[in-house]
Write a protein that binds this ligand. Structure first.
Ligand SMILES: NC(=O)c1ccc[n+]([C@@H]2O[C@H](COP(=O)([O-])OP(=O)(O)OC[C@H]3O[C@@H](n4cnc5c(N)ncnc54)[C@H](O)[C@@H]3O)[C@@H](O)[C@H]2O)c1
Length: 322
C-alpha cells in the first residue's frame, strides 16, 4: 500500500478523501494551511517550499494528491494575486519535490478550464482543451488552474514527471458550507431551509456530482499506471438538470415555497451558462456515478438541518453565559 500525501486535506473534498484512502489501506499524510486540532495532520503552506520539503524529508511519499489552493470564481476575482501565487507557485513546489523524490503527482484542475468551449453547446472531451487557451477562459480561477496544468504538462513532457490531472465538475455533498464563494446548490439548500430567496440564472444547466461518487472516480485515476504522457480526466455526473429544476427539487425537499424561487437573467461575464462534458474516459476505468441528485439533495438538507440546530444551541449557550 502506498504512502499518500494530501494537500488541502481539511477542505471539503479532502475531508472525504483522507478517510477513504485510509479505508483502502493506505498511509495518508494530511496537510493544510489551516491551524486545527486534527490527528495525523501537518500544517504546511504549499507556497512554502520549506514546509513541503520537511514533509518529503520525513516521509517516503509515493503519491501526492494536490488539492490545496485558492478555490472558486469569486475568490479569484476578489483576490487575483493570491490565487495566481498559491495555485501556481504551490503547484511548482510540489512538482519539484515529486521529481526529486520520484513521487506521482495528482494535480487538481477544474471544469472551469474549458471556459468558452462550453458556449458552443458541444460535449467537451478532455482533449478538446487543446482547442482552448488561457484566452478562452472566463475567470482568474480558471486561468490559475489552466496555467497549473500547463506547468504540470511541461514537467511531464520535458522532465519525465509522473503526473495526472483531475478536472472535477460540480462536486457537492454534506460538509460544504454555504457562502457566496461556494456552489449554487449548497446556497439553494441553505436559503430554502431559512425561507430565503433562491436566485436562479435563467437557462443555466449543470450536472452535479455527489462527493462519494467523485472520490471513487478519483481513486480509479490514482490507480492508473503512468502512460509517460500528459493525461487529464473529467470527473462528474451525467445527470443534467436546468438550475430552475434544481431549485424546484430543493424547494420540494426542504418544504419551502415555490415563490422563494427568483429567476434572473444570467451574468454575461465570468461563467458559463451550461457545461456539457464527457465522462466517457473515466467511465472506461469502471466509473459509475451512483447517487442521483434527488438523493444527494436530501442528504445535504438533513446535514444542513443538523448544522443549523447545532448553531442555534451554540447561540443559546452564549446567551446563557452572558
Ligand atoms: N468542490 C468542487 O466542486 C471543485 C470543482 C473543481 C475543482 N475543485 C478543486 O478541488 C480542490 C479541492 O476543492 P474543495 O472544494 O475541497 O476546496 P476547499 O476550499 O474546501 O479546500 C481547499 C483547501 O486548501 C487549503 N489551502 C488554501 N491555501 C493553501 C495553501 N497556501 N497551502 C496549503 N493549503 C491551502 C484550504 O485551507 C482548504 O482546506 C481544489 O483544488 C479545487 O480548486 C473543486
Amino acid at each position: 500500500m502506498a504512502k499518500i500525501f494530501v494537500t488541502g486535506a481539511l477542505g471539503f473534498i479532502g475531508s472525504y478523501l483522507v478517510p477513504y484512502l485510509a479505508e483502502q489501506g493506505h498511509e495518508v499524510v494530511s496537510s493544510d494551511v489551516h491551524v486545527r486540532d486534527y490527528d495525523d495532520y501537518v500544517r504546511a503552506d504549499v507556497t512554502s517550499f520549506e514546509d513541503l520539503y520537511r514533509i518529503f524529508k520525513k516521509e517516503k511519499i509515493d503519491q501526492v494528491v494536490h488539492m490545496a489552493g485558492e478555490v472558486g470564481r469569486m475568490v479569484g476575482e476578489e483576490h487575483p494575486q493570491k490565487m495566481l501565487y498559491v495555485n501556481n507557485i504551490g503547484t511548482l513546489n510540489l512538482i519539484k519535490l515529486c521529481m526529486e523524490h520520484k513521487a506521482r503527482l495528482v494535480y487538481f484542475s477544474t471544469s472551469e478550464v474549458y471556459g468558452r468551449l462550453f458556449d458552443t453547446g458541444a460535449t467537451v472531451k478532455e482533449e478538446d482543451l487543446e482547442k482552448g487557451s488561457v484566452f478562452t477562459t472566463t475567470n482568474i480561477y480558471a486561468m490559475s488552474k489552466l496555467f497549473g496544468e500547463a506547468i504540470v504538462r511541461h514537467y511531464v513532457e520535458n522532465y519525465g514527471l509522473n503526473a495526472v490531472t483531475i478536472r472535477p465538475f460540480m462536486v457537492y455533498g454534506p460538509g460544504e458550507h454555504a457562502s457566496k464563494y461556494r456552489s449554487a446548490l449548497i446556497n439553494f439548500i441553505n436559503a430554502a431551509l431559512k425561507g430565503e430567496t433562491l436566485t436562479v440564472h435563467r437557462g443555466a444547466e449543470r450536472a452535479w456530482c455527489f462527493v462519494s461518487d467523485f472520490i471513487r472516480g478519483l481513486y480509479l485515476v490514482m490507480q492508473t499506471p503512468f502512460s509517460g504522457k500528459y493525461n487529464a480526466f473529467n470527473i462528474g455526473s451525467d445527470e443534467y438538470h436546468s438550475m430552475e429544476e434544481v431549485a424546484e427539487m430543493v424547494i420540494n425537499e426542504c418544504g419551502g415555497k415555490h415563490s422563494q424561487i427568483k429567476v434572473i437573467e444570467p451574468p454575461t461575464k465570468f461563467l458559463s451558462l451550461a457545461k456539457n462534458f464527457s465522462i466517457a474516459k473515466i467511465k472506461s476505468l469502471g466509473y459509475k456515478p451512483e447517487i442521483p441528485l434527488k438523493e444527494g439533495i436530501h442528504r445535504i438538507a438533513e446535514w444542513q438541518k443538523n448544522e443549523n440546530s447545532a448553531k442555534q444551541v451554540q447561540k443559546d449557550d452564549q446567551r446563557t453565559i452572558r
